[in-house]
Design a binder for this molecule. Structure first.
Ligand code: ADP
Length: 170
């Protein structure tokens, strides 16, 4: 299926920013679909989101790297500036965001308009979640893990182990 499609050599660069604390299968689905459309996808791990973090930036980057290694046109980096500034520095044509329920919409709409205000040369592109992942969030994955509930079918290999190690060290 789409996994076997050749990488698009269209010269288009997409930035997919987020906290990824930690990365889960909903994110992976968006990355896979973006990597089908764009020549190069940068998964950009935000260094200091306005939320309490469970994993350090280095850990979040490592977990994303381990999960996307199969896609040759996907790169993982961290950044600490405004997303739109980082997108410009990296020559991105579009900023990708995933949309779940309508509750994501208001904030994403505001963010997209502000980003366009700051740089109208970078397009905001929204990929609708796949139904199978619509209920998935990093917050819920962490909560399940803390209570020892099974999460292996919700996160890429490596993330379950990362969560287990964190839990045991806490
Ligand atoms: P942020 O703190 O920027 O929202 P997240 O790591 O929570 O970072 O999410 C990164 C991006 O992935 C956001 O665009 C978010 O809407 C999207 N996303 C999160 N969960 C899902 C999911 N289950 N399906 C599709 N997209 C998702």
């Amino acid at each position: 299926m789409s996994e076997s499609r050749p990488t698009r050599d269209n010269g288009l660069v997409a930035l997919y920013p987020g906290s990824f604390d930690p990365i889960h299968n909903g994110h992976i689905d968006i990355i896979r679909r973006a990597s089908d459309l764009f020549g190069h996808v940068i998964v950009a791990v935000y260094d200091r989101p306005d939320k309490r973090l469970y994993f350090t930036t280095e850990e979040r980057v490592e977990l994303v790297r381990g999960a996307v290694a199969q896609w040759t046109n996907v790169e993982v980096a961290s950044y600490a500036t405004l997303t739109v500034q980082y997108a410009a520095v990296r020559g991105a044509h579009a900023i990708i965001r995933g949309l779940r329920a309508t509750s994501d919409f208001d904030f994403e709409f505001q963010l997209a308009l502000m980003n366009r205000h700051l740089n109208e040369g970078i397009e905001a592109l929204f990929l609708m979640t796949s139904l199978a992942h619509a209920h998935l969030s990093s917050t819920l994955v962490k909560e399940l893990s803390q209570h020892g509930a099974p999460i292996n079918d919700l996160v890429p290999n490596g993330v379950g182990e990362g969560l287990r190690q964190k839990r045991e060290r806490a």
